[in-house]
Design a protein around this ligand. Structure first.
Ligand code: PAF
Length: 326
């Protein structure tokens, strides 16, 4: 089975390295030629605890690769690990070629919402699945990743993609085989029939922790330690929970879960704060911006989500026409 990992960030490198070490044929599709060359020459170094292992992978730059070299008739399993702002027209065109074969699967690992709809429009041949992982990973260099915490991976149909027509049998077989391969590679992966709830659960956590850590420039664990920040967290959590409930999200103890993630990831710099610090475009338009759009769809308003969206956009060194917002 051909496994294509799209994205050479922390999660992409982690999955590629572990699958390759378990004997799978893995191709990593990177954004830059430079990273692809490094991965081809030196493989991926995976650090976990005291252990360091080197995994040999194929690697290509997706942007510059020839369509004839990307496409295969026998279909593919794609793990899409790029961040939301990178899902642009160029990437979608290349993904369409990568998934032109019958029974192709695309597992989408992004934070936030809105991308599955865009992907399903552009990838008519592929079955789209959402993936939610609690594995922690940090990219130490373009070819080195540290597995910072073992977690779980849930995969399944979500949102409109649940109704996406595709070659059921082939895609379903591939899905099962892929889960087996992930588990053999040491991941705790399972199929979920409750992906919408899992995606919304993650959205709630990201909608509170990500913008506020970025705005206050603090690590996750520091966020609730200040009374004003704590009040704002609670208010943003309540507003987001109301919107998600209107959209059909069944949840219990949302606030406790948000606090639990802050505690469990206390030393983490959130992905949004990392993006802001590095001057990269953030996922705010798909996290809190996604909540605002969901609220509008259900006749509600989400002023706090709107406010943090504006503030985080204001932190980025982009002009508005450079943004990829939806
Ligand atoms: O985006 C992130 O940084 C992570 O999803 C989370 C859970 C907020 C931990 O840092």
């Amino acid at each position: 089975m051909r496994i294509d990992i799209v994205g050479g960030g922390a999660i992409g490198l982690l999955f590629a390295a572990k699958l390759a070490l378990a004997g799978q044929e893995v191709t990593v599709w990177t954004r830059t030629e430079e990273q692809a060359r490094q991965l081809r020459d030196n493989g991926i170094t995976l650090e976990a605890g005291e252990r360091r292992q080197s995994a040999a992978v194929r690697a290509c730059c997706l942007d510059t690769a020839d369509n004839a070299a990307i496409g295969r008739d026998d279909g593919s399993v794609v793990l899409l690990t790029v961040k939301q702002p990178d899902i642009n027209g160029r990437l979608l065109d290349k993904l369409a070629v990568l998934t032109q074969g019958a029974g192709s699967l695309v597992v989408c690992m992004q934070n936030g919402i809105g991308h599955m709809e865009r992907l399903s429009e552009k990838l008519p041949h592929a079955r789209l699945l959402a993936g939610v992982t609690t594995d922690g990973a940090r990219r130490l260099s373009p070819g080195t990743v540290r597995h910072t915490g073992a977690g779980e991976l849930w995969i399944g149909s979500a949102g409109e993609s649940a109704a996406h027509p595709s070659d059921g049998t082939l895609a379903e077989n591939r899905q099962k085989m892929f889960l087996d391969k992930l588990n053999s590679a040491g991941f705790r992966a399972a199929l979920s029939k409750d992906m919408d709830n899992r995606v919304f659960q993650k959205l709630l956590i990201n909608a509170v922790i990500n913008p506020l850590t970025a705005i206050y420039d603090v690590q996750n664990g520091e966020l609730p330690r200040h009374p004003i920040r704590l009040r704002l967290m609670r208010a943003l959590c309540a507003e987001t929970s109301d919107v998600l409930a209107a959209a059909g999200f069944k949840q219990e103890n949302g606030w406790e879960k948000v606090l639990g993630v802050c505690e469990a990831t206390s030393a983490n710099v959130s992905s949004m704060l990392s993006d802001v610090r590095a001057g990269r475009e953030t996922e705010i338009a798909w996290i809190n911006g996604g909540v605002v759009r969901l609220a509008e769809r259900h006749g509600l308003r989400a002023p706090l989500n709107e406010a943090v969206t504006g503030l985080v956009l204001g932190l980025a060194p982009f002009s508005s026409d450079e943004r990829t917002g939806l």
